[in-house]
Ligand binder design. Sequence first.
Ligand code: ENP
Length: 253
Amino acid sequence: KWKGEGTTSNLESIVIGRCYEYIRIVNPSVGEKNCTEIWEAFKKAFINKDPCNILPSDYELFINLSLHTIPPNKSLFWENNHLLVTSYSDRTRRYMPLCDTLIGSFGDFLNWCGQANDTGFNYDSCPNTEECENNAVESFWKIASITYAKQSSGVIYIMLNGSAIGGAYPVKGFFADYEVPNFQKDRISRIEIWVMDDIGGPDLDSCGRGSVQILEERLKTMGYDITCIDNYKSVLLLKCLDYLNHSDCSIVS
Ligand code: ENP
């Protein structure tokens, strides 16, 4: 019925497993949590409801139960770099992007929705953003983004994709709409932007140019101390693992 993919099979097992793995192995510093209780709060946000009428506030109890601290200088925001961010952050060891928090681990790579007058999940299809913005997944990431941005402190890192067709900094997107406006000015020392081009890809946007310039000016107007780095070497080395002989990777030598 809907155009989007349905609920991920075995969602409950995946999410409860991820939750215990997170609190026991990935980041035991979060302390004791009841993952079954967190799962129930997550489900309550969207089960037995019109799948186009789920609001970010419906996840409030879930957020309260799964909240933990984000260490200073570990926040990593991004657009159009999901897999690169996942590898680079190394499951909190190097950075702690939203997908490496307990909240983010409930949603990363997964899909879910329910339906009105039905206590189950819809495994066949879920509404996508074009069909309705107030869907279960979109509203989840909205409140998760707001919460994460409010908690971020110290040096803030932002990884953008300089080869992205819609621009490295989409002026409408989770980062622009829900994260930047929720930065806590008094807790942030500076902001560092990395603009990574695809290996062999076009250099559509870079520091001081195009949409990156729009972001830099927005953050400067907000009073932040900004540094912007094109093809930041540490991330470039990771990207170059698969392109050792490419000319874009000659820095490796
Ligand atoms: P995309 O479109 O590149 O990638 C979407 C994929 O990333 C989906 O598999 C999604 O999980 C997962 N994902 C991980 N973290 C987020 C997230 N945080 N988010 C939306 N999807 C996320 O990403 P977007 O839409 O541009 O979002 C990037 C945003 O993530 C940035 O604001 C960045 O700072 C933030 P799923 O559940 O949809 O399968 C917030 C929104 O961390």
